[in-house]
Each structure stands twice: as structure tokens, then as C-alpha cells.
Design a protein around this ligand. Structure first.
Ligand code: BGC
Length: 735
């Protein structure tokens, strides 16, 4: 632990009482605020990118900046940068702490999205594991590694309800269901922040502040085109999109980021109703709202602000506390207060929140978070966790018995564009992973099979067919390069990238067993691939232990346990498609041929429903049992149990899912909504019981007047392996 000389600690601050770290948090905040000039308060609201100890020395000394983001540019998730220099961070911090009038430390932020040096699966892959504890552990390790690098704040979890696979940013999300995204997001917050944000061990490895983003509705960008407008009403926001954010805020998430988009005409960076009234008022959020990159400046592009000054006035009124990058606050906020357009209270509110965050973060005690150790990162424990997470994220879509591969199989060909890849297996937003750290699929299969491994060169060309003929089974690693997903990477075609299907067709025509592994940042329309392949495994972008996790899964050392966190549609023409469908005046019905209609030319049901995933065994579900058919509205609960039997020959994990439907409500309610899930690890022949407690709160919703309510009446409870099947019963909510 490094203590800046003479500036902190109960006895070392006689000349600067506002730095007394023994004060209770709120007293400390007020003591500091009382000392600050308007310019210093505004300084706290200003965030720049990649602050420099030489170029920015005057700004820092003058208290003109409160935080810095370490990022390469506006779409940093798509680029590699030079990495972090702890020495630079510490040099900057030293100026702030020792040479500025008040000695307020700076916050250093970076997008630590799915791991830091140890890269875990993309968030959508992590979500597929449906495992809060796993998500927590990955975030904990990422926080430890990032804080050793001097980072105090990350911009994760991303909690945008994501049901639009054309939108590249679904890769960063935790899927389409508010309960899944909310619970996993809260786990990520707890992992990043620990029990106490200010904690840190003797090496400086500790907790970092989390940021729930992007508040709110970003997942609804029109046509899946990034940054597009969003049209959604407040009722849908409350009943769907706001929910994971609320869960994260209740878990103590320190910060929230505003979304780039407008919602029904009002850009989120100027959305007073959502930010100041709902988030800060109704929910009592006392943390920091940060703008997205130039989000305040973009109010001008969005045509609601005449210039940067106007944008600053609107954003501070709406409740945006930190201006990321635009410079609008630094340039105009003080004058806006002096001219009377912006009340001082608003700037005080922002400064108070930022100071509170810095105190909670322990920055006054420990401003220098950088490494003081030579202990290796990415050691065996980190790799083991990365491997566990990668394997847990895999979702087996189809399997005719080819998987797991038998150890006596003979020769296995590994082919496809990802065979020898490193960085391409990381996925979007991997700022600090290193390609050379990746355990590749080629290395892993060679290690396992020695001479029985045939490894193609990654070109996936006509030469591949010669190799297919020499092998007993082909494993084709296909799918999207990460540069096709993530920010600003939307597509209109969600099939495999150009050329891959043709090679798969040619391989399949040879008639030998074919396993297709798909790396992807989004749900894909796999269409014909599902017919060509004997088995299809979705591997997302799995991270640094991709190769061993994959090979262990293919050979059955590990059984795939993942379940889809997003619906896989039949085609782009079916979008949007998700579990959020509401009943209509004319329900969809099967026609005389049993075909479910709404489209003339295609089935309306998804290709793979939300929650789908096979494993190497099968499960039988017993009947649903209720502790009572009635649930008192005030305080009751109904225990719902279902016995699940492993009816196959391998041990396996079943994710038993609980869905609810409110039959009559004040507004239309989803036909099916995930309410809870339970994981059962079952040996062959054994039976486990999934137990759920259905509560009135799970049936609560916002009505036409935006009031939270629970109605007496009937509800349907369904327990099953995914959103398209299960066993149901009715309960009555009584007064
Ligand atoms: C993204 C955010 C990210 C920020 C900082 C923006 O372009 O929308 O998700 O946290 O950049 O890098």
C-alpha cells in the first residue's frame, strides 16, 4: 500500500482537513465540497482520454480534470492500443495528489469488459453459462489484474436487453432476458467491486468500480444499426429494459453510463426523466452517471442542442455527472452557472457524487494503485478459470451422437479459419489480452492426439478436401472474426461469413462425420449448416484458453453445459424475435397442417429458442408440483418442484428454467418470461429436484400509470429445458 506523503491518514492532514480519510463518507464528501471553488467542482466533471503527465500537467495542477479514460479512440473495442503504462498513471496521479490545491486523486478508467490480461469468453458467451458464481469469479480476477495496472474503474457490465442479432454490440451483452442479464450483471458488479470498493491487498490488487451501461434502451436501435434512434414507450422501458439496471444498482453498482441513442425523441444524455427522476430519484441511486464517448457533444448532432454550451446545460440538468471527452462541461459549465442558466445545485450534485465515488473507491488512502509486485499474471489459477469459463459457455445446438468424439476414433482433422488463431479467439473489447497468450485449438489437438491429429493451415480451401479424405472425422472451426461484432459492426446478413458454407458443403459431400464449431459474437442463421453437420457447437469467442476448453469438450472430458442467452432466429426476415412476445388480438395458431403461421413463407417459431442447449446426455422431466394452487398477494409464495432424471449415459448439467405468464393484467404482458433457473449436475440414472419459489413480486409489473402492481388472478407457471417446451400449471394470486 502506498501512502502519499503528508496528504492522507487521520494524522497526516492537519493542513488539509478535507483529506481526512477517517471521516464517515458523507462528512468527508461535504468537507471536501465546502473547500472547492466552482472551477474545481467543474474540473471533477471533466474526463479526458489518455491523460499525459507532461502535456496535461497544468490542467491537472489547476484541478481542471477529475478522471481519465485509457482508450485508443471512439470505438476502442475494435482496436489494439499500446497497453497501459502504470508509470504514466502514477506520474499523473502524483501531480493531482501532490501539486493540485486540494490534492484530489484522479480516477483512471478502462474498458475491462471480459477479463484484462486473462481473457474470458465475450459477455454473451459468459451469459450462456447461466452461472452467477462463474461470472463473479471472472470479474474478480479481472479487477485484480486491472487494478495492478492502475485501473480503478471499468465500463461494464453492459446490460442492454439484446434481442437483435444484426446489432454487433450483442456480443458485449448478457442476453435478452431481464432476469438473466440482471442477475449475471449484479454478479459482475460484485466481482469487480468486491465486498468493499476500497479494499486492496498489499500488492494493490483489489476492487474496481463497475458501470452499468448503456442507460437505457440502446438494444432497440432501429434495424440493428448501431447508434440509430430508439422508439419505445416508458411502459416497455420499465417492464423490460430498465430491469437489469435496477438489479445492478441494487447490487451497489457505483456508476451508470448514458446511452448514445435517443429514446422516443429525447437523447439519453439529455433525458432528465430517466436519469434524474427515475434512476437518481425513484431508485435512490447515489453513484455517478457518466456520459458515453462524446455523448454530450453528440446532442448537437442529434439536433436537440444548438451548440456545445447548450448541450452542457441540458446534460447537467438531465443528470449526467461526468462528461466523457466532449469538453462541454470544462468549457461552459462554470459560465452557465455564473450566468444563471444552470443552478449551482446541479454542479454540486455532480461533484458530490464524483467525490463520493473516489472516497468509496479508497483513492484518498490509496491513490497509486499500480503494481508493486513481480508476481506473474496469467498463472495456472487464472488459466484454469479461463478454461472453465470457456467450456461453460459452449452451447451444443445439434448432435446426432458424433460428439463426444471417441478416443479410439482414429485421425481427426481440425480445419477452418480459426485453427491457429490467437487474438481472433478473444472477441471484441479485448484491450489487454495478448495473442501470444492464447492456447490455440491446433496446439491443443496436437497435444492430445499426437500423430492422429491432422491440422489444416487455416485457409479453408480446396486443399482441405484432401485432408478430409485422410481423416476419420473432420472438426471445422468456422464463424465470425471478432471484427464483425462489437461496436459499430452491425450486419444485414447473419449467416456465416462469405465462403465458409461452400467449403462446408464440399466437406459434407465426402460423407465422413463432420463436427462444426462456430465462433461468433451474435446468434447466427446457420440454415443449411445444421443439415450438413453431424453436430454443431456454438463456441462464441472463448478467450485465452479456447483451444484446451474446446478439445476437452469435443472429447467429452467436459460436457457442454451452456444454454442460449439469445434466441437464434430462422432468418433476418424474422427479426425481431425473442421471448418478449406479447399476446395479440389474433393469437398465432397452428393451421390445418400444423404449421404455425404469421408469415406466408416461413415458420414463425425461432430456429433455436432462448434457453436451448444440448449436452452429452438426455433428461426426462417429471410432472410439475405446486405447494399450493393459490398465492396470497401480500407475502405469499408457492413452491414449485420438478424432478429431472438423467436418462442417458453421461453425467451432465441441466439448466432447469422457470417461466411465468400473467394471464390478465392492466397492460399486455409477455406470453412467457424467464423468472428463475436452477442448475442440476446429474450422473447417469440419477434424479434431482429443481425447486423454485414463485413470489408475487415475480408477477409484478408497471401498469398504464407507470405504477408497480401485482394483480389478483391466474398465472401460468412453466418449468422446462428452454423457452419452447416444458410442463405447466396454473396458480391463482389471491387478495
Ligand atoms: C462505448 C462504451 C465505452 C466507451 C469508452 C463508447 O464508444 O459505447 O461502451 O465504454 O466508448 O471506451
Amino acid at each position: 500500500m502506498t501512502t502519499p506523503p503528508g496528504s492522507t491518514g487521520p494524522n497526516g492532514n492537519a493542513d488539509r482537513p478535507w483529506l481526512r480519510t477517517d471521516l464517515p463518507v458523507e462528512e468527508h464528501v461535504e468537507a471536501l465540497l465546502a473547500e472547492m471553488t466552482l472551477a474545481e467542482k467543474v474540473g471533477q466533471t471533466h474526463q479526458s482520454a489518455n491523460i499525459d503527465p507532461i502535456a496535461d500537467a497544468e490542467l491537472i495542477r489547476g484541478g481542471g480534470i477529475g478522471s481519465s479514460l485509457l482508450a485508443s479512440g471512439a470505438t476502442a473495442g475494435n482496436e489494439r492500443d499500446a497497453g497501459i503504462r502504470v508509470s504514466t498513471i502514477d506520474a499523473v496521479q502524483r501531480i493531482a495528489v501532490e501539486d493540485s490545491r486540494l490534492g484530489i486523486p484522479l480516477l483512471f478508467a478502462r474498458d475491462v469488459i471480459h477479463g484484462h490480461r486473462t481473457v474470458f469468453p465475450i459477455p454473451l458467451g459468459l451469459a450462456a453459462a447461466w452461472d452467477e458464481d462463474l461470472v463473479l469469479r471472472t470479474a474478480r480476477l479481472a479487477a485484480a489484474e486491472a487494478s495492478l495496472d492502475g485501473i480503478a474503474w471499468t465500463f461494464a457490465p453492459m446490460l442492454d436487453i439484446s434481442e437483435e442479432p444484426r446489432w454487433g454490440r450483442v456480443a458485449e451483452s448478457l442476453g435478452e432476458a431481464p432476469v438473466l442479464a440482471g442477475r449475471l450483471g449484479a454478479a459482475m458488479v460484485r466481482g469487480f467491486q468486491g465486498d468493499d470498493l476500497g479494499e486492496g491487498d498489499s500488492r494493490g490488487a483489489g476492487s474496481i468500480s463497475a458501470c452499468a451501461k448503456h442507460f437505457v434502451g440502446y438494444g432497440l436501435v432501429a434495424g440493428g444499426r448501431d447508434y440509430e434512434t430508439v422508439q419505445v414507450g416508458e411502459n416497455t422501458l420499465r417492464n423490460l429494459h430498465l430491469r437489469p439496471f435496477r438489479t445492478a444498482v441494487e447490487a451497489g453498482c457505483a456508476t451508470v453510463m448514458a446511452a448514445f441513442t435517443d429514446v422516443d425523441g429525447v437523447p439519453m444524455h439529455a433525458h432528465r426523466r430517466m436519469l434524474r427522476e427515475v434512476l437518481k430519484g425513484e431508485w435512490g441511486f447515489d453513484g455517478v452517471v457518466v456520459a458515453d464517448w462524446d455523448g454530450i457533444g453528440q446532442l448537437v448532432n442529434q439536433g436537440v442542442a444548438s451548440d456545445l454550451r447548450d448541450a452542457a446545460a441540458q446534460a447537467i440538468a438531465a443528470g449526467v455527472d461526468i462528461d466523457m471527452i466532449s469538453g462541454a462541461y470544462a468549457a461552459h459549465l462554470a459560465e452557465l452557472v455564473e450566468s444563471g442558466r444552470v443552478p449551482l445545485d446541479l454542479v454540486d450534485d455532480a461533484a458530490r457524487r464524483i467525490i463520493r465515488l473516489k472516497i468509496r473507491q479508497g483513492l484518498f488512502e490509496r491513490p497509486y494503485m499500480g503494481a508493486t509486485t513481480s508476481e506473474p499474471v496469467l498463472g495456472p489459477e487464472a488459466r484454469a478459470l479461463a478454461r472453465e469459463a470457456a467450456a461453460a459457455s459452449f452451447v451444443l445446438l445439434t448432435n446426432n451422437g458424433t460428439l463426444p468424439l471417441s478416443p479410439n476414433l482414429g485421425r481427426v482433422l481440425l480445419t477452418g479459419p480459426f485453427v491457429e488463431e490467437g487474438e481472433a479467439l478473444f472477441g471484441t473489447w479485448t484491450l489487454d489480452g495478448r495473442g501470444e497468450d492464447v492456447a490455440s485449438p491446433a496446439a491443443a489437438i496436437r497435444e492430445r492426439l499426437q500423430d492422429n491429429a491432422i491440422v489444416d493451415d487455416g485457409r479453408f480451401s480446396d486443399r482441405t478436401l484432401h485432408l478430409v479424405r485422410q481423416a476419420d472425422v473432420t472438426v471445422a472451426l468456422v464463424g465470425e472474426h471478432p471484427s464483425r461484432s462489437g461496436e459499430a459492426n452491425s450486419v444485414t446478413d447473419i449467416g456465416l461469413p462469405a465462403g465458409q458454407l461452400e467449403v462446408l458443403r464440399a466437406i459434407a459431400a465426402i460423407g465422413k462425420p463432420l463436427v462444426v464449431v462456430v465462433f461468433t459474437g451474435r446468434p447466427l442463421d446457420l440454415g443449411e449448416v445444421l443439415d450438413l453437420a453431424d453436430s454443431v457447437l456454438i463456441a462464441w469467442h472463448p478467450g485465452v484458453e479456447a483451444g484446451p476448453a474446446l478439445v476437452e469438450t469435443l472429447f467429452g472430458d467436459r460436457a457442454p453445459g451452456g444454454r442460449l442467452p439469445m434466441t437464434f432466429p430462422r432468418s433476418v426476415g424474422h427479426l425481431p424475435t425473442s421471448t418478449h412476445a406479447h399476446p395479440t388480438g389474433r393469437p398465432i395458431a397452428a393451421d390445418a397442417d400444423g404449421v404455425t403461421g404469421r408469415y406466408l413463407d416461413a415458420l414463425v417459431v425461432p430456429r433455436f429458442p432462448f434457453g436451448w442447449g444440448l449436452t452429452y446426455t438426455t433428461f426426462n422431466y417429471g410432472p410439475i408440483r405446486l405447494s399450493s394452487n393459490e398465492m396470497p398477494l401480500n407475502g405469499g409464495s408457492v413452491e414449485v418442484t420438478v424432478d429431472v432424471t438423467n436418462s442417458g449415459t453421461h453425467a451432465g448439467r441441466e439448466v432447469v428454467q422457470l417461466y411465468l405468464r400473467d394471464l390478465v393484467a392492466d397492460v399486455t404482458r409477455p406470453l412467457l418470461e424467464l423468472a428463475d433457473w436452477v442448475s442440476l449436475e446429474l450422473d447417469p440414472g440419477s434424479t434431482g429436484t429443481a425447486t423454485f419459489h414463485v413470489t408475487p413480486a415475480q408477477l409484478s409489473y408497471y401498469d398504464r400509470t407507470m405504477t408497480l402492481r401485482i394483480d389478483p388472478g391466474e398465472a401460468v407457471v412453466t418449468v422446462g429445458p428452454d423457452a419452447s417446451s416444458g410442463t405447466s400449471a396454473r396458480i391463482t394470486v389471491t387478495q
